[in-house]
Design a protein around this ligand. Structure first.
Ligand code: CP
Ligand code: NVA
Length: 306
């Protein structure tokens, strides 16, 4: 994975389909303990939003690689008091080997990437969640043995997770269907980009019909109806999104062998019911575990350990 050394990953399409394939293969090897690269590098975590999975899985992955982690909580660093990103990025670049950032605006990530030479990883922005999608692809591959041709249906808000699924699915020759209420469709530019990335086998469908989208699909995926930063609009969103809940009735339209994924945290009774979340088709805990294996593969590759 020499070609990934030093690169920034601000979106899932910063990786080619071959590179994703290689990363997933490495993640599987790391998970089985077949490889154990080691380093003494330092990862910085600069998170402007809450996180359980991403924060802990990145930290554990880095510790298992022999490296160390510094939590750069914006509330106690100067960047949270308005120090310009250009200045923060150039300083952190002198201390750290790699930096994962969770923030709001994609352009802030781009600014960090422009001013810091070290690899910058998008640990979730309002536009994308590429690390999540690497773990999702790993989980789907583990369940079905392959990715190409799998129909993945995302039902819910056309948000960061939906965007990265669109792009990642298109890159991996999957059939991606996104069902959202009309006013909550994914970003048009992302949809265009996904259609451009999709080759003859991939398929991109955007619809407001959850039943048609779920029909025969092998992977059913959802996320919260109000993402971090949108909590104030939750009351307006809940009635609009009600028909987009993943419940047993909607799931009955899917392929009988379908699996259910959710990036978590979940709001049981809103975007997913307790019965589906805890049901036999749910793979959400394996999916959460895979965050660690996928990110370890990413860290090892970006740091040039592999
Ligand atoms: N899925 C995910 O990114 O979870 P956290 O917000 O807990 O990191
Ligand atoms: N769409 C959600 C994902 C959380 C992991 C959010 O941005 O809050």
């Amino acid at each position: 994975m020499e070609q990934l050394k030093g690169r920034d990953i601000l979106g899932i399409a910063d990786l080619s389909s071959e590179e994703i394939d290689e990363l997933l293969k490495l993640a599987r090897q790391l998970k089985k303990g077949e490889r154990s690269p080691q380093c003494n590098k330092i990862l910085g975590l600069l998170f402007y939003k809450a996180s359980t999975r991403t924060r802990v899985s990145f930290s554990v992955a880095m510790y298992q690689l022999g490296g160390q982690v510094i939590d750069l909580n914006p509330s106690v660093t100067q960047v949270g008091r308005g120090e310009p990103i250009q200045d923060t990025a150039r300083v952190l670049d002198r201390y750290l080997d790699i930096l994962a950032i969770r923030t709001f605006a994609q352009k802030d990530l781009e600014l960090f990437a422009r001013y810091a030479e070290i690899p910058i990883i998008n640990a979730l922005s309002d536009l994308e969640h590429p690390c999540q999608i690497l773990a999702d692809l790993l989980t789907i591959q583990e369940c079905f043995g392959y990715l190409g041709g799998i129909t993945l249906t995302y039902v819910g808000d056309g948000n960061n997770v939906a965007h990265s699924l669109l792009l990642g699915g298109a890159l991996m020759d999957m059939k991606v269907r996104i069902a959202t209420p009309n006013d909550y469709q994914p970003d048009e530019q992302i949809v265009r980009q996904a259609k451009q990335l999709a080759n003859n086998n991939a398929e991109i469908i955007i619809t407001d019909d959850p039943i048609a989208a779920v029909e025969g699909a092998q992977v059913i995926y959802t996320d919260v109806w109000a993402s971090m930063g949108q909590e104030d609009s939750a009351d307006t969103r809940i009635p609009v999104f009600k028909p987009y809940q993943i419940n047993e009735q909607l799931l009955s339209y899917a392929d009988p062998e379908a699996i259910v994924l959710h990036c978590l945290p979940a709001h049981r009774g809103e975007e997913i019911t307790e019965a589906v979340m805890e049901g036999k088709q749910s793979r959400v805990w394996d999916q959460a575990e895979n965050r660690m294996h996928a990110q370890k593969a990413l860290l090892a590759s970006l740091l040039g350990l592999i």
